[in-house]
Each structure stands twice: as C-alpha cells, then as structure tokens.
Write a protein that binds this ligand. Structure first.
Ligand code: PLP
Length: 394
C-alpha cells in the first residue's frame, strides 16, 4: 500500500469512529432516520445569528479592491485589531492585534501552535477526558502525547499533571468548557495548573506553554465569568474558533491569541506566522475574516442549548445515570452503567440510540451524548436509555 505506515496506524486506531458512523447509516437504512436517535456528533445545530447574514450581504456587495487577494499570513490587520479589542474587553488583559493570528478554525490554530513549538520527540500533556483529535495533531507535528487525568468532578488532577510533565514537556493542552464533559475549569484550577507548570519549568530549566483550546468559551450556562489563562502563566496561548459560538464550523474560521505578557511573544508570533504559512493554510479564509470581525460580541442563542442541556441531563439523571452537570459546550459525559463502555454503546445501538464510548476520549467507563440535536431526537432517545439501564441493573 502506498500510504505511510504512520497514517495507516493512526487510521486503524481511530477506525471505531468510522465504524460508528457506518453503523449509524445502516441503522437509518433499516429503521428509517426518524426512528434512530443520533447523539454521537458534535456538529453545531444552531444557524449563524442574523448579524452574520447581514455582514455577509454587505461584504458580497462590497467591490473594494484587494479584498480577495493574499494578505499578511496572520490575517487582515483591521480584523486582528477588532478581534483583539473584544478579547481585551472580555478578558481584562490588554491584547492587541499584534498578538492575534487568524486561523483555519481551532484545529488549524492548534496545529499551527504545535508546529511552532515542538522538536521531534518533544512531549505535550493532554488531560483526559480530551478531544481525541489532539493525539493526531501532536503526532503530525512530531511530538509525543502524555496523559494526565481528572478528578471525579472532571477537574484536572494536579498530582497526575505533575507526574506527566518531564524534561521534554513543551506544552499542556487544556480545553474548557470541555469536550466531552461540558465542565468549565474554575479560576482555581487554572491557577493550580499554572503553578504546576511554573514549578516544573524551574525544576527542568525549561519553558512550557499552556495552550487553552476554547471553541466553546461562549457556550456557557452559568453566570460565573469565564476564567482566562493570560494572568496565570506568561507562556500561554489561546486557540479558538467561531465554529460553535457563531455556528460556522464549515467555514473554518478561528484565531490564536498570544499572551501580551509573554517575554518571548515576538519570536513566538514570527514562528506562528511561519508555521501557518508553511503548513499550507497560508492564511485564514479572507471573506470569513471580514465577516466575523465586526460581530465578535454576537453568538447563537445560548438559551436554546441550555434548554437542551436541561432536557437531556435531567432525563438521564432521573433514570439513574451518574453524571457531572455540564455548565458549557453541548455534551454530557455520564458513567456507563456497565464497566465496558464500548459494549454499552453497542447495546444502546440496539435501542436505536447512538452515543460515543468514553474510550474515544481517553476515559473508558463513560460515554458522551451530544445535545446539539433537535429536541425530538433527545426526547426519542430517552426510552432507549431507560430500557438499557433497567436491563443492566436487573
Ligand atoms: C475541543 C475541541 N477543540 C477543537 C475542535 C475543532 O474546532 P474547529 O472546527 O474550530 O477546528 C473541536 C471540534 O469539535 C473541539 O471539540
């Protein structure tokens, strides 16, 4: 076979995703799609807000020259300035356009960052449960993933984080609100993680970046302000996108924000610029940069996701599923009522309900159900969840 051994292995390791997808299609073909309740995907349900459509209409009619050509790799300067202005307002940290690079979604942002900071064999610590694609991003950028764990409330376990950090650690990736748990790391967790990184830097004479992956930052269902990382660790980088908060996942638009207090920020910005260009992204899509620039304060209607969260979380916990209440994103991550989560997911498919096993997020024994679906799908899944729960507990 002509493809690389590495990619073949990675594809094999993630083949359960394809299997699930294929089984979903098969179930729909047999039973009709209205009878299959698919809670397995994280595809944002809500359409982009009116502000986005208005901006697009204006931009399409705009005949100003030089709007569709190459630009500085980091993006249009005026777009970076608008993004920085709102981020500075929200975070209370004086971010400027010089610290912003527009990217091809959060995935493009993370790959650009890892490419810029990793030498071959350098280590990146992930905190389980984590977004499974991270392991591939790290491997693609010649790094090695090390795994730390969370406590029973899905907050990072600092002892396990310290144990996972070694002399070759170059970064720790956190993700809050978290996919798959929906948990938001409080300020105290961010402070504890940062303190652990600083102790490790001192011990190993190294520099370790804290990378905060924040595509769900605006999908939050509590009143507690979102704890930003910049004031906690100088070497910190935000990777985010408008895939979820503006419902633009297919448009591939996001950004990187560098900590304005990082003493190495100019060198880092140059490296990110270079990596963004040479990974082949060149720059983030021009039209989308302009479209999101002036609507940085807009979001989809968060209340709709909050109601769906309540619908699914309340129904599952009423049946008896054990689950930490998610305060953000659009997932719940309950404990599987039998130890083998993949077996549970297979049994649930017989009830025509599709979810993802926790093993796919580095955390066996649990499963992820997405509530970014029509209410009809959530409501239709409840009998299946109940039948199987009763069956395995009888
Ligand atoms: C935690 C997390 N990070 C990154 C991404 C990728 O986001 P984007 O589509 O903006 O690249 C996702 C997408 O689901 C995600 O859940």
């Amino acid at each position: 076979m002509a493809i690389s051994r590495k990619v073949r292995e990675q594809m094999n390791n993630s083949s359960w995703i394809r299997r699930m997808f294929e089984q979903g299609i098969e179930l729909r073909n047999i039973h009709g799609s209205e009878n299959v309740f698919d809670l397995s995907l994280g595809n944002p349900l809500l359409e982009p807000p009116d502000e986005f459509r208005a901006e697009m209409a204006r931009l399409v009619a705009d005949e100003t020259p030089n709007t569709h050509r190459y630009m500085p790799n980091a993006g249009f300067p005026e777009v970076r300035a608008s993004v920085a202005e709102v981020l500075a307002e929200e975070s209370g940290v004086p971010v400027t356009g010089a610290e912003i690079l527009m990217t091809v979604g959060a995935a493009g942002a993370i790959n650009t960052i890892l490419r810029s900071i990793l030498d071959e064999g350098d280590e990146v610590v992930l905190i389980a449960p984590f977004f499974a694609e991270y392991t591939f991003y790290v491997a693609h950028q010649t790094g090695v993933s090390k795994i730390a764990t969370c406590d029973e409330n899905w907050l990072p376990d600092i002892e396990s984080l310290e144990a996972a950090i070694g002399p070759r650690t170059r970064a720790v990736i956190i993700n809050s609100p978290n996919n798959p748990t929906g948990v938001i790391y409080p300020e105290s967790s961010i402070a504890a993680i940062s303190a652990a990184l600083q102790r490790a830097e001192e011990e190993h004479g190294s520099e370790i970046y804290l990378i905060s992956d924040e595509p769900y930052r605006k999908l939050i269902y509590t009143d507690t302000p979102y704890p930003f990382i910049f004031e906690h660790h100088p070497r910190s980088i935000v990777a985010t996108s408008h895939s979820k908060d503006l419902g633009l996942a297919g448009e591939r638009i996001g950004y990187i924000a560098i900590n304005p207090g990082d003493p190495g920020k100019t060198e880092l910005a140059n490296a990110l610029n270079f990596s963004l260009r040479t990974l082949g992204f060149v720059n983030a899509p021009a039209l989308m940069q302009r479209a999101v620039a002036s609507i940085q304060r807009a979001t989809v209607d968060i209340n709709i996701y909050r109601k769906k969260r309540d619908l699914l979380y309340n129904a599952l916990t009423k049946i008896g599923y054990k689950c930490v209440q998610p305060d953000g994103a659009f997932y719940v991550f309950p404990k599987s009522p039998i130890p083998d989560d993949t077996e549970f997911v297979a049994q649930l498919q017989k009830e025509l309900v599709l979810v993802v096993p926790g093993v796919g997020f580095g955390t066996p024994g649990f499963f992820r159900a997405s509530y970014c679906v029509d209410d009809r799908v959530i409501e239709g899944s409840i009998d299946g969840f109940r039948n199987l729960f009763t069956q395995v507990n009888s």
